[in-house]
Ligand binder design. Structure first.
Ligand SMILES: Nc1ncnc2c1ncn2[C@@H]1O[C@H](COP(=O)(O)OP(=O)(O)O)[C@@H](O)[C@H]1O
Ligand SMILES: N[C@@H](CC(=O)OP(=O)(O)O)C(=O)O
Length: 486
């Protein structure tokens, strides 16, 4: 790439394609990858791709349920057979994807050969590691992070390799930028790895397809964990000072999940700010990874979230200083499968060390705290994490505080979010909408800052609660097709 691009605003955009969209790859060829572009219009874009939907879940563990994949089984030290079976499943899924994309062509043979070599390479590396660790001088736990990274990277190399192959077949000069670290002599620092691999690419005549996973000295997985492809994406955008950063998703960023509320009832969000994006990612609906947003925000690069299948729509523009002209609710989001851990102890009264210690314990167990509330003698933490680890937290708390009563409840969080939610009577409206839908509210949270209001409901009421709040707080406002078009 020309050096001047690091100092001046460049011509190119950096665009990330999420996993759910990658699974509909053939349609992507007709929309964002090629569509009606030809000649030079095909270029001046860098694509960062995620693994096809569900692949990383099989390789590592299910993002929402925690069900172990290859990594989970390997790390749990289950029988050798168990992770081998999971890896066979990944291979079968990947080969089935190749068959769906390339039929019986020679391209399919190339795609199969490429990914099979990566999978079998990882398998033999893990076999060797297991054998080595039987001697006692080497501990498996010392190497688990590297194994996790090696496995994760397979998902993105698979989708990136196939994308290049399909584009080349259609006459586009696409080029694979493989950041997986496969056979690299030593890990480089994150930025250096990206700079090295992008060096010498002429963006005017070549279309780089970059793997969402970057192998680097810092360990992308250690620092950012799942959703890591957004880190690769935002770092490339800031390093190359891109004209615009774009995230392509399966739907427009909308006032609620279209899967729950229905495409006919949702409204597209035209503009919002990074504060709203943070609330969404806290709930697990990653509009953008908060750490990825930081670099873009600081460098003043605009971020656009687009529907990959409606390329002519301007999508959602996320900026730092946007605030809705009128106070309103912009999104109803939420999360089911949350575990509420309630600790009741009368000795807690007036003693905040209790809370500090509980939070420290949850941090050590790496349990994610989505929300929390308290009263005089109880604390409740709304947690996401595997049942196994949360049960461990319950046991450890019971051992440390013998007088404490610790209970777990399965709940869901439903949340109304907006850049300015100082809407008079909003709490009353929300609660009466839930009660009219026969939903019992278990707890209610709103902070003084008023960007979010959360209702805790029983897990089985989750979808109905989203529909009820969307209807009362958004549909009734009759925003039309888009709230504040970008
Ligand atoms: N407010 C919302 N707007 C759009 N999609 C949403 C919203 N809330 C939840 N979703 C769901 O998010 C899914 C896409 O998830 P996402 O994390 O964007 O996937 P990916 O990054 O893999 O493409 C969609 O299938 C949709 O059902
Ligand atoms: N595929 C990886 C990385 C990622 O960012 O995916 P997505 O863009 O689909 O959220 C994961 O599931 O964590």
């Amino acid at each position: 790439m020309p050096e001047s691009e690091n100092t001046q605003t460049a011509l190119h955009s950096v665009e990330k394609i999420g996993g759910t969209s990658m699974s509909r790859f053939t349609e992507l060829m007709d929309t964002i990858l090629i569509g009606d572009r030809s000649g030079e219009d095909l270029y001046q874009r860098i694509f960062v791709v995620s693994a096809y939907g569900g692949m990383t879940n099989l390789l590592l563990e299910h993002k929402k349920t925690g069900e172990p994949g290859v990594y989970g089984r390997f790390a749990n030290g289950e029988q050798e057979q168990s992770w081998h079976e999971s890896l066979d499943k990944v291979r079968d899924e990947m080969l089935a994807m190749n068959r769906a994309l390339f039929g019986d062509s020679t391209a399919r043979a190339k795609a199969d050969g490429f990914i099979s070599e990566r999978i079998e390479g990882a398998r033999s590396c893990m076999d060797n590691l297991q054998a080595l660790c039987r001697y006692g001088h080497f501990q498996l736990t010392d190497h688990l992070l590297r194994v996790r990274e090696m496995l994760a990277a397979i998902g993105e190399t698979h989708s990136a390799f196939n994308t290049v192959l399909a584009l080349n077949e259609s006459g586009v000069k696409a080029r694979l930028v493989d950041l997986s670290g496969w056979h690299e002599p030593e890990p480089l620092a994150f930025e250096e790895m990206l700079t090295r691999h992008l060096e010498g690419i002429d963006l005017a005549t070549e279309l780089p397809i970059v793997t969402g996973y970057t192998h680097c000295k810092e360990g992308l997985m250690k620092t950012f964990d799942r959703g890591y492809s957004e880190m690769t994406f935002s770092k490339i955008a800031t390093l190359t000072n891109a004209r615009e950063a774009v995230i392509h998703k399966e739907f427009h960023l909308s006032t609620a999940d279209p899967g729950i509320v229905g495409l006919d009832n949702i409204v597209t969000i035209g503009r919002t700010n990074y504060d709203v994006a943070d609330q969404l990612s806290n709930l697990g609906m990653e509009a953008i990874h908060p750490k990825a947003a930081k670099g873009l925000r600081e460098q003043g690069i605009e971020l656009r979230i687009k529907n990959a299948f409606e390329p002519d729509h301007s999508g959602t523009l996320i900026s730092q200083d946007y605030c809705s002209a009128e106070p309103c609710v912009e999104i109803i989001a939420g999360r089911s499968g949350v575990l509420a851990l309630e600790v009741f102890d009368q000795d807690m009264l007036g003693d905040i060390t209790y809370e500090i210690e509980l939070l420290q314990l949850l941090k050590e167990l790496k349990v994610y705290v989505i929300a929390r509330d308290s009263d005089a003698n109880s604390q409740t933490y709304y947690l996401s994490g595997t049942r196994k680890i949360i049960n461990r937290a319950v046991r450890l708390i019971g051992e440390k505080y013998s007088a404490a009563e610790v209970q777990l409840h399965r709940v869901a969080i439903v949340s109304a979010i907006g850049s300015d939610m100082k809407v008079p009577g909003i709490l009353a409206k929300a609660v009466s909408a839930l009660s009219a839908a026969d939903i019992s509210v278990q707890a209610l949270h709103q902070s003084v800052r008023q960007v979010e209001m959360q209702a805790i409901v029983r897990e089985q009421d989750y979808e109905n609660a989203v529909r009820a709040l969307h209807h009362a707080l958004i549909e009734k406002e009759e925003h039309g097709d888009v709230i504040c078009a970008a």
